[in-house]
Write a protein that binds this ligand. Structure first.
Ligand SMILES: Nc1ncnc2c1ncn2[C@@H]1O[C@H](COP(=O)(O)OP(=O)(O)O)[C@@H](O)[C@H]1O
Ligand SMILES: O=C(O)[C@H](O)[C@@H](O)[C@H](O)[C@H](O)COP(=O)(O)O
Length: 181
């Protein structure tokens, strides 16, 4: 079984679709952290108001609990996890979590959000999402990929990069902590 995985990034980056496709390939459970937001958070975003840290902490606790729970075939969660502190909170609950940051050109993101039907998140919140995003730091286990060019192609890239890491790291050493899955 692989380590818990969070597919992260701003709205429209592809967290939900890539996360679900990755989980399907791994035979793992998939969970969208959007479904864990308390109703007031959803109402706030629907009204075009960015969430604050205080809005996000209770939600991040739910995300951490989900990642830390027993999942016989592993779990992939789609969660924005925009700040380092949010990821630290998730790791405090589920220490071996690996993060996959999906990056996309802002103009492509805006196009995607404008075309996405029936989602509560308005495109007007994209600017604050991009301002809030803190890239994965070197010390954070995971990978950063450009999320354009198709969902399945990206899942291929994730799995290839992960197995390259595994081959590059001798088993049973401290370096194992750097492995992706
Ligand atoms: N890697 C990708 N290549 C091409 N289109 C993508 C990719 N990832 C996502 N998309 C498209 O972008 C839109 C937003 O994806 P979604 O998974 O809902 O993003 P998020 O959950 O991060 O908000 C969808 O229409 C999806 O098909
Ligand atoms: O932390 C946040 O501000 C939210 O979690 C936000 O990042 C998330 O993007 C929304 O829930 C919209 O959902 P999508 O990411 O699926 O657009």
């Amino acid at each position: 079984m692989h380590r818990p995985i969070v597919v992260m990034g701003v709205s429209g980056a592809g967290k939900t679709e890539v996360g679900a496709a990755l989980a399907a390939r791994l035979g793992a459970t998939f969970k969208d952290a959007d479904d864990l937001h308390p109703l007031p958070n959803v109402e706030k975003m629907t009204a075009g108001v960015p969430l604050t840290d205080e809005d996000r902490w209770p939600w991040l606790r739910l995300v951490g609990s989900e990642l830390a729970a027993e999942h016989p075939h592993g779990i992939v969660v789609a969660c924005s996890a925009l700040k380092r502190a949010y990821r630290d909170a998730i790791r405090a609950a589920a220490p071996s979590t690996r993060f996959i940051l999906l990056k996309v050109d802002p103009s492509v993101l805006m196009e995607r959000l404008v075309q996405r039907p029936g989602h509560f998140m308005p495109p007007s919140l994209l600017t604050s999402q991009l301002e809030t995003l803190e890239a994965l730091e070197t010390a954070e286990a995971g990978m950063t990929l450009i999320s354009e060019g198709g969902i399945e192609a990206l899942v291929d890239q994730i799995l290839t990069k992960s197995s390259q890491e595994r081959l590059a790291v001798p088993a049973g050493t401290d370096q194992n902590e750097k492995m992706i899955f």
